[in-house]
Design a binder for this molecule. Structure first.
Ligand code: BJW
Ligand code: ZN
Length: 240
């Protein structure tokens, strides 16, 4: 393992532009549940009942109950050594770009700037009537929160299945992946598109792929290095 860590450190040191792609595994050690795998949210909940626009149209109260539960849970969580290591790496490498699928905001709490939140933020609310967006960090909201401007129903500012990702953010992520010399892919099962394709974009452009995960994933085949273990233990070794 030490030899693998040393190789990963060398690849990162050599790269002028580093892209980091994060998934739920980065926040797991903070106590935020992942989606898939053991203890994952999708073990007890069907995504089509909670994380689609159709589910929200059908039963907004049910969807809001689930998001309020998660808001309360995340509000009690703190950044872990994985977040802190990535924030430190970004300070050292100004060309580093952090791309996350996480909606919890913990990477920003760790001090990172300019995080590309491809799946939105659980702390942002959007009006389904007038489209107004606002940040709201209260752990729990009313059962059916309403827009201050127009009274319309508010929804979580996250990206549900079947919805387009913000095209501006997606374009930035694509550009970043295509222009980096090394991509660090941490704690994602790499099954949700289009984000799952970003590692392939980086690889095709000649970047070195370094994966950190508890298990091998769809990315492992094409990765130059897969470091198996908890991100909170491995990332600090990469960035120390
Ligand atoms: C550790 C660790 C530790 C644990 N240390 N590691 C068929 C084929 C291809 C695509 C599709 C298809 N059918 C439908 C689609 C499209 C769909 C999709 O990809 N579906 C697939 C699942 C099949 N995608 C979409 O709909 C997207 N939009 C889109 O494509 O628009 C265009 C379009 C529109 C209409 C039709 C077709 C195309 C939108 C996707 C939105 C995803 N939203 C969610 C919920 C966000 C809001 C919320 O949080 O409530 O985003 S789903 C969920 O998955 C969440 C995550 O961001 C996302 C990715 O999960 P992630 O981060 O990888 O987490 P896990 O849990 O899967 O994995 C955790 C990993 O960490 C594991 O590997 C562990 O081992 C590891 N780990 N602890 C290191 N301590
Ligand atoms: Zn409104």
């Amino acid at each position: 393992m030490d030899a693998l860590i040393a190789r990963a450190r060398a690849l990162l040191a050599r790269a002028e532009n580093v892209a980091v792609l994060c998934g739920a595994g980065v926040s797991a050690e903070s106590g935020v549940p992942t989606f898939r795998g053991q203890g994952g949210l999708w073990q007890d909940h069907r995504p089509e009942d909670l994380a689609t626009p159709q589910a929200f149209d059908r039963d907004p109260e049910l969807v809001w109950r689930w998001y309020n539960w998660r808001r309360g849970l995340i509000a009690a969580c703190r950044p872990n050594p994985a977040h802190l290591a990535l924030a430190r790496l970004q300070e050292r490498k100004p060309g580093l770009c952090l791309i996350t699928q996480n909606v919890d905001g913990l990477q920003q709490l760790a001090g990172s700037r300019d995080v590309i939140e491809l799946h939105g933020s659980i702390w942002r609310l959007r009006c389904t009537a007038c489209g107004a967006e606002a940040e709201d960090r209260r752990p729990a909201l009313p059962a059916l929160p309403r827009c201050a401007a127009c009274g319309g129903l508010l929804r979580p500012g996250v990206v549900w299945f079947g919805e387009q990702l913000d095209p501006v953010l997606l374009e930035r992520a694509w550009q970043t992946a295509g222009a980096c010399q090394a991509m660090l892919v941490v704690g994602t099962s790499a099954v949700v598109q289009p984000v799952a394709s970003l590692a392939g974009v980086a690889k095709a452009a000649g970047a070195a792929l370094i994966e950190v995960n508890l298990v091998t994933t769809a990315n492992s085949q094409s990765a130059d290095l897969t470091l198996l273990g908890p991100a909170g233990r491995i990332l600090p070794q990469l960035t120390a």
